[in-house]
Design a protein around this ligand. Structure first.
Ligand code: ATP
Length: 354
């Protein structure tokens, strides 16, 4: 074990028509998803959409009612959790409080009967890997939250798992530590080439770390795509609003397209068959220019650094958010009027929310 690379090549993981209900609650409602070898795939979605349940079924901590979980094409249902070749890190620090950092990291190796010299060597390597070689003899209570999660990561990697499962590993940490651990986990994951599933409800975390993001809704896959694709071409209004800010503006159907604010726009995808419609627009795609007779009135401004996000109100009460370079936003003080235009490109249209 000691001389082997830190992790063998990543596995392919497939969830097929996976279902799991807890009494009347359906946690997974036919999940279909393939995780490619060596990729970091983020499972993103609101609370209760089934992210953790999918991870726990893969780890063997939870049973599924029907469907399949395949690792490299093999159904793993009959394999007990401790033989599944998966390393897991949880949200709360799950280190053994009575063991030092090094003994925590080496715990799994001891369970597998590795000798002391080998355990020490591996623990040292892994502590170096996560940047904490000097903390080997500390106990968990002598480590910060971020350091504890690094140790938990080293422990998860110690047995050279072919799949790494991370369940909201950063959500208990403060913002600055969270950012640096994001980068560190990503770097390590790429270095090791280990297939990784990362559960989060934080869209920014998912988009910034993952090769692909799977958006779950009520136990099903809504869309799985690379971050830029998901952001620019969300398949549904649910995805669009989950992976960034969107404003909704009423529009009318004109042939295959829509008319909004007096202009025609092509539509991305098919129009809903009936009902009142709205276009969805991101703040960075809204153009505002000062105009004393403009239809939009600035109602608030929030400074975000290089850009300032203005909220404007239209005659019918619709509120729209627009990001402007901070200097340009200075020409549009709260209370002033502006002309609002949307770019030509196809827009995402949804049924009007009631
Ligand atoms: P969160 O981000 O809040 O953890 P999640 O997307 O990870 O949400 P799950 O934890 O997978 O969601 O839960 C999915 C649904 O199944 C929820 O409605 C949850 O209450 C329910 N559920 C999960 N585990 C159990 C259980 N052991 N017993 C009963 N209901 C459960």
């Amino acid at each position: 074990v000691a001389d082997a690379p830190l992790a063998p090549a990543g596995a392919t993981v497939e969830f097929r028509a996976l279902r799991r209900a807890f009494g009347a609650t359906t946690a997974l409602d036919g999940l279909d998803l393939t995780v490619r070898p060596g990729e970091l795939l983020a499972l993103l979605g609101p609370s209760g959409c089934g992210k953790t349940t999918a991870l726990r079924i893969l780890a063997g901590f939870e049973q599924h009612d029907s469907g399949q979980v395949l690792v490299d094409g093999r159904d793993i249902t009959a394999i007990p959790a401790h033989k599944r070749d998966a390393g897991m890190v949880f949200q709360s620090y799950s280190l053994f409080p009575h063991l030092t950092a090094a003994d925590n990291v080496a715990f799994g190796l001891r369970m597998r009967g590795a000798g002391k010299a080998e355990r020490l060597k591996r623990a040292k390597e892994l502590l170096e890997l996560v940047g904490l070689p000097q903390h080997a003899d500390r106990y968990p209570h002598q480590l910060s939250g971020g350091q504890q999660q690094r140790i938990a990561l080293a422990r998860a990697l110690a047995l050279q798992p072919r799949v790494l499962l991370l369940d909201e590993p950063l959500s208990a940490l403060d913002a600055k530590v969270r950012l640096s651990l994001r980068e560190e986990i990503r770097r390590l994951q790429q270095e090791l080439g280990i297939t990784t599933l990362f559960v989060t409800h934080d869209q920014e975390e998912a988009l910034s770390m993952a090769d692909r993001v799977a958006v779950l809704r009520a136990g099903r896959l809504e869309q799985c795509a690379a971050p830029a694709e998901l952001y620019a071409r969300p398949a549904t209004a649910f995805v669009a609003e989950f992976v960034g800010t969107m404003s909704r503006i009423p529009c009318v159907r004109v042939g295959e397209g829509v008319e909004v604010l007096g202009r025609r726009h092509a539509v991305d995808g098919a129009l809903p068959a009936d009902g009142a419609l709205e276009v969805l627009v991101r703040p960075e795609n809204v153009i505002l220019t000062p105009a004393s007779n403009g239809a939009a009135q600035v109602v608030s401004a929030s400074f975000l650094g290089a850009v300032t996000r203005l909220t404007v109100r239209l005659d019918d009460g619709t509120e729209v958010k627009a990001d402007l370079p901070t200097e340009a936003a200075a020409t549009l003080p709260v209370g002033s009027n502006a002309a609002l235009t949307l770019p030509e490109r196809p827009v995402l249209v949804d049924r009007r929310a009631v």
